[in-house]
Design a binder for this molecule. Sequence first.
Ligand SMILES: Nc1ncnc2c1ncn2[C@@H]1O[C@H](COP(=O)(O)OP(=O)(O)O)[C@@H](O)[C@H]1O
Ligand SMILES: [Mg+2]
Length: 288
Amino acid sequence: MLPLVAALTINQLGKSFGELRAVDDVSFEIRTGECFGLLGPNGAGKSTTISMIMGVLAPDRGDVTLDGAGSTTEHASRRSIGLAPQSLALYDELTAQENLEFFGRLYGITGVALKERVDELLRFVDLHDRRSSRVKTYSGGMKRRLNLASGLVHDPDILLCDEPTVGVDPQSRNAIFGIIESLKSRGKTVLYTTHYMEEAQRLCDRVAIIDQGAILALESVEALIQEHGGQSEVVFSREGQEETTTKTDDPIAQVRAIVEGDDIATLHIRRPSLEAVFLNLTGRTLRD
Ligand SMILES: Nc1ncnc2c1ncn2[C@@H]1O[C@H](COP(=O)(O)OP(=O)(O)O)[C@@H](O)[C@H]1O
Ligand SMILES: [Mg+2]
């Protein structure tokens, strides 16, 4: 069990751009050691929320506090947060190693400590072999991995990852999942935004569904599906017969009734996904 300590408390955040309420009364807590997902379509308000958490965008309303230590706009608290922004923050003309050294120096890391940290990070994101190539020669996936590493250069307790898999090949995508899982196993806290429900489902302990600036539901994936996913499908066939599909609120009872007979050829349960949760909450699909 995770300790129920809030690493970050986001309290009634609001931000408008002209008439548009980009973030509308958003509150949630990220617990120490969890991977917290912010799942919503493009334009939902994920990046605006992240910018306010980082203290780089001033909220119209609300605040963000860090483990009781104060507002995230204060310099001291920002050292414990790292950001891998949606729009890559890398220098194309520099090598991977030079990029990380640059960001490390911004945090006051120098000399042997900097060399060691950069070396460790390059290995962690599996770019050590390519450390001396300029970033402009990198694939989208390699850039994303370096972008993650640059958010980790000062070894923060909390990492904010804003859509880290957009424009990434499947192999790098899996590598990024591995990086997030590895951070979690080291006790780090992660905020992960995405519009891919499979990613939230796979990586996140708890997920907030965000749409049009507002949080519609916030729970574990399991609980979200249980409460908002709707019916499961039980698919089965008897020997010599076609497969049939029935929708049910209680798939276990359904299965019990089906297996009374001893002529079952195939049987499986299709549970609803986060896609169904989003559809039921908004009347729209998550896909653009
Ligand atoms: N600087 C800005 N000026 C005007 N509108 C903005 C600005 N930043 C974001 N928006 C708008 O706010 C809404 C939320 O944007 P964003 O937080 O980037 O969403 P997401 O990251 O979930 O895709 C969108 O409608 C977007 O167009
Ligand atoms: Mg965004």
